[in-house]
Design a protein. Structure first.
Length: 135
């Protein structure tokens, strides 16, 4: 998605190696990576996994410049996101923001109250890069 990629590029700053992580069980980070990576020339985007339960994801996080959370309403938990953020902070890594999947209308003209609450809670800690129904 070019809009997501443009937002990621805007927030990246000096970061060149970006890692996608999630607390949502079963979320396909590789699909997200393959959607946005081609439009992010000069940036390396890697699908990392769940920092709270996958040791390989933590190893990848230790060697990246910045982390992007990819979360999904009704799948991701705030406690899971908080644990991810604690791990990212302990590694002294920058959180660029969150790519957030929400339930939207077919025409994407409105966002439900529950989706607004979910997004507003996420935005307290970091910018929501873009929310869309595609994750």
């Amino acid at each position: 998605d070019l809009t997501v990629a443009a937002n990621v590029a805007n927030y990246a700053g000096d970061a060149k190696q970006l890692l996608l992580v999630t607390s949502a069980p079963g979320l396909d980070l590789e699909a997200v990576r393959s959607d946005i990576a081609p439009a992010l020339t000069g940036l390396s985007v890697t699908a990392g996994g769940n920092l709270d339960s996958q040791a390989d994801a933590i190893r990848k996080a230790a060697s990246c410049d910045a982390v992007i959370l990819v979360e999904k309403r009704k799948s991701s938990s705030f406690s899971g996101i908080e644990r991810e953020l604690d791990i990212v902070r302990s590694l002294d890594k920058k959180v660029l923001g969150c790519i957030c999947s929400i339930a939207v209308s077919v025409f994407r003209f409105w966002v439900s109250d529950q989706d607004r609450q979910f997004l507003s809670k996420l935005a307290v800690d970091f910018p929501v890069i873009l929310s869309w129904g595609g994750v």
